[in-house]
Design a protein around this ligand. Structure first.
Ligand SMILES: Cc1cc2nc3c(=O)[nH]c(=O)nc-3n(C[C@H](O)[C@H](O)[C@H](O)COP(=O)(O)OP(=O)(O)OC[C@H]3O[C@@H](n4cnc5c(N)ncnc54)[C@H](O)[C@@H]3O)c2cc1C
Length: 281
């Protein structure tokens, strides 16, 4: 099938892009998700605004110890960036596990986060990192915490006329270690279950622990009950086993041709234990 007719603009300033969005246009980043949806006519935008000529939207930099990633940075740019690898290896590792090399060369972090596919990889890492997402519009800019960004399946806090322009990640606590473990769909690479963890110890006990879970249900979530159980514990194998029990029990898990709801919940426990053991033991 081919897409319905649409008009196309490729502005070369952020100001011009935001003005078009304010008029109801839809942003186009890598097109890896939007174009297939247009071909299937699940999306029928009348006007597309290609973001790729807007300067500065794909920059990656460190400012005062915080990592700033432009929304147009591709998965490959994040995976291979020395700045990301040194300040935030979890994001580089996660980017490297998305799809295949063609997808990683074109798909962008902003497109992936704004699309909010329940099986996407980045949301788990963004939640575990407690990142801040910057949304810009003709009315100004606002910051949204990762925990408030993912609203539902394919639905985020981005309002009509807004553009996700930047992702900011604060410095990790000293000694923090991270891991991303996923059980992937062998055809697409999307996560049936994906678990991102950041954890640190202080004084012999777990002092920081944040766990982001993707793939299991309609939207990615923080496993706060498991985090609370681990903080203050010695982080032994037994502590981890106890903490991950029922990690997705409260979720309405996806039940589809790729995996049943019960299987996803069971695998969430298995992959969470693997990720936590990788960072704590
Ligand atoms: C074969 C295949 C395998 C894949 N495997 C994986 C995988 O293993 N893991 C994974 O996580 N993903 C996977 N993906 C998805 C891939 O990561 C996409 O690149 C990503 O989901 C969308 O990014 P994009 O830049 O292509 O966005 P686009 O397709 O251009 O846009 C997606 C949506 O986001 C909106 N949008 C784009 N940029 C912005 C912005 N800055 N602000 C606000 N809204 C915006 C668009 O309007 C559209 O609604 C796969 C895709 C394919 C085709």
């Amino acid at each position: 099938m081919i897409a319905t007719e649409f008009s196309y603009s490729a502005p070369d300033t952020l100001h011009a892009a935001l003005a078009l969005l304010a008029d109801g246009a839809k942003p186009l980043a890598g097109g890896m998700s939007l174009v297939p949806m247009m071909k299937l006519r699940l999306a029928q935008p009348e006007h597309l605004v290609d973001l790729r000529k807007v300067p500065g939207l794909s920059s990656i930099s460190e400012e005062n110890g915080r990592l700033h990633i432009g929304a147009l940075a591709t998965h490959y740019e994040i995976e291979s960036s020395d700045v990301v690898r040194s300040l935030c290896p979890l994001l580089a590792t996660t980017a490297g596990k998305i799809g295949d090399v063609q997808i990683r060369n074109v798909g962008t972090i902003g497109g992936s986060l704004a699309h909010a596919d329940p099986a996407a990889d980045y949301p788990a890492a963004i939640l575990a990192l407690d990142a801040t997402l910057v949304l810009s519009s003709t009315g100004g800019r606002r910051e949204v915490a990762a925990t408030d960004f993912f609203v539902d399946t394919f639905t985020t806090a981005v309002e009509p006329g807004e553009l996700l322009t930047e992702i900011i990640v604060a410095a990790s606590p000293p000694g923090a270690r991270t891991a991303y473990k996923k059980m992937q769909n062998p055809a697409s690479g999307f996560a049936l279950v994906g678990i991102a963890v950041i954890a640190a110890r202080a004084g012999g006990v777990v002092s920081t622990c944040r766990i982001g879970v993707t793939g299991v249900s309609g939207k990615a979530f923080r496993a706060t009950t498991a985090e609370t159980k681990l903080i203050g514990s010695a982080g032994t194998k037994a502590d981890i086993a106890e903490a991950v029990k029922g990690i997705a029990a409260a979720e309405e898990a996806n039940n589809d041709i790729h995996a049943s709801a019960d299987y996803r919940k069971a695998m969430a426990e298995v992959y969470a234990a693997r990720a936590l053991e990788a960072v704590l033991r």
